[in-house]
Design a protein around this ligand. Structure first.
Ligand SMILES: Nc1ncnc2c1ncn2[C@@H]1O[C@H](COP(=O)(O)OP(=O)(O)OP(=O)(O)O)[C@@H](O)[C@H]1O
Length: 310
C-alpha cells in the first residue's frame, strides 16, 4: 500500500457545481512527490475549476483534496501558482515585483532580492530588472510572473496554461525550468490543451473532458488508447491488405508508381502492425515500402476526449 505522504496532491471524488451546472464531476487522482503531471483537457473541461479547488480558492461541492499533507488554503506558502490570467503591476520593476510576491509568501526582502536578481539573470532578463514592467515584452513579463511564483522555492508548483502566449524559444525555456524544478525535488502540475509539452515533460498525465476524468496514467498507457497506422505500398489489392491480421480499416491512398498502390491501414486499438507485416511477407505479397506510425499523445487525446483537440 502506498502511504498518503508519497503524494504531493490527492483528489478524492471531487466535484464542483455552479448552480445547476457541474464543471467537475467525481474527480480522483494523485500526483507523486517530485513528479511532473500534465493536467490535460480541451477548453471548458474543468481544469481551472479544479486548480482553484486545489489551491483552496474555491471549495469543492463534494469530495476531498489533500495538498502536501494538508488543505490547499493552509499550505499556500509551500505552493507556487501561475494563474491562467496573467497580470503584474505595470509600473513596478521586475525585481520589486518579485520581492513583493515573495513577501506574500513570508520570504525576507533581502533573501528575495538576491534570488530575484539571480533568477532574472538566469532567464536572460538581467538588463531589464530595474525597468518598469510595462516596457517588457509579453513573453518577458510572463517570465517575471513565473519567477514570482517560484521565488519562495515551493514544494508544489501549479501552472495553469503556462505555455500560452509564449513563442517557441520561450516555450522551450519554460520546459527547461519545469524539468529543473522536478530535478530539485519539487512537484509540478501544469494544465494545457497542447499535448506536445506534456509528451516531452510528463511521466503521468490526467485527462479531463466535460468535467470528467477520461484517463489517468503514463504516457505509454495513454498512447495505447489510440490506434496505430501502417502505410503500405506495393502491387497489392484492397482485399489482400484487408485480410492481414489486426487490420480494422483500409483507406485508399491512391496509385503509387509502377503499378504499386498506397494503402493506409488502421489497426484495432492495442494491436501493433507487426503481425500484419509478417503475414504480408510470409504470404509473398509484393510490398515495396512500408511505414508504421506510432500514435502520439495528441492522437490519444483525440480518442480519449472524443475528438475535441485544439
Ligand atoms: N464561476 C463560474 N460560474 C459558472 N460557470 C463556471 C464558472 N467557472 C467556470 N465555469 C464553467 O465551468 C466549465 C469549466 O471551466 P474551467 O474554466 O474550469 O475549464 P478549463 O478546462 O480551465 O477551460 P479553459 O482551457 O478554456 O480555461 C466551463 O463550462 C465554464 O463555463
Amino acid at each position: 500500500m502506498t502511504s498518503h505522504s508519497e503524494f504531493a496532491l490527492s483528489l478524492e471524488g471531487v466535484s464542483k457545481t455552479y448552480g445547476d451546472f457541474t464543471a467537475v464531476r467525481d474527480l480522483s487522482f494523485q500526483v507523486a512527490r517530485g513528479s511532473i503531471c500534465g493536467f490535460l483537457g480541451p477548453n471548458g473541461a474543468g481544469k481551472t475549476s479544479s486548480v482553484r479547488m486545489m489551491l483552496g480558492l474555491s471549495a469543492p461541492s463534494a469530495g476531498k483534496i489533500t495538498v502536501l499533507g494538508g488543505e490547499g488554503g493552509k499550505v499556500l506558502d509551500r505552493i507556487g501558482f501561475l494563474p491562467e490570467e496573467r497580470g503584474l503591476y505595470r509600473k513596478m520593476t521586475p525585481v520589486d515585483m518579485i520581492v513583493f510576491l515573495a513577501g506574500l509568501k513570508r520570504v525576507k526582502a533581502s533573501v528575495a532580492r538576491k534570488r530575484a536578481i539571480a533568477m532574472l539573470e538566469a532567464q536572460g532578463l538581467g538588463e531589464f530588472m530595474n525597468k518598469p514592467i510595462k516596457s517588457l515584452s509579453k513573453g518577458m513579463s510572463q517570465k517575471v510572473q513565473l519567477i514570482g511564483c517560484l521565488v519562495h522555492e515551493p514544494e508544489l508548483v501549479i501552472l495553469d496554461e503556462p505555455f500560452s502566449g509564449l513563442d517557441p524559444v520561450n516555450q522551450q525555456g519554460l520546459e527547461d525550468v519545469i524539468r529543473d524544478l522536478a530535478r530539485r525535488g519539487a512537484t509540478v502540475l501544469f494544465s494545457t490543451h497542447v499535448m506536445q509539452h506534456a509528451e516531452r515533460l510528463c511521466e503521468n498525465v490526467v485527462m479531463l473532458t466535460k468535467g470528467r476524468k477520461v484517463f489517468e496514467g503514463t504516457l505509454k498507457q495513454a498512447r495505447a488508447a489510440a490506434p496505430r497506422y501502417l502505410e503500405l505500398e506495393g502491387a497489392v489489392s484492397r482485399e489482400q491488405v484487408a485480410a492481414l491480421p489486426g487490420v480494422a480499416e483500409v483507406v485508399d491512398g491512391g496509385v503509387a508508381d509502377e503499378g504499386a498502390h498506397l494503402w493506409r491501414l488502421k489497426f484495432a486499438t492495442g494491436l501493433s502492425p507487426n503481425a500484419a507485416l509478417k503475414a504480408a511477407f510470409l504470404t509473398g505479397l509484393d510490398v515495396r515500402r512500408f511505414e508504421a506510425h506510432e500514435p502520439t499523445l495528441h492522437d490519444a487525446f483525440i480518442v480519449l476526449t472524443g475528438g475535441e483537440a485544439q
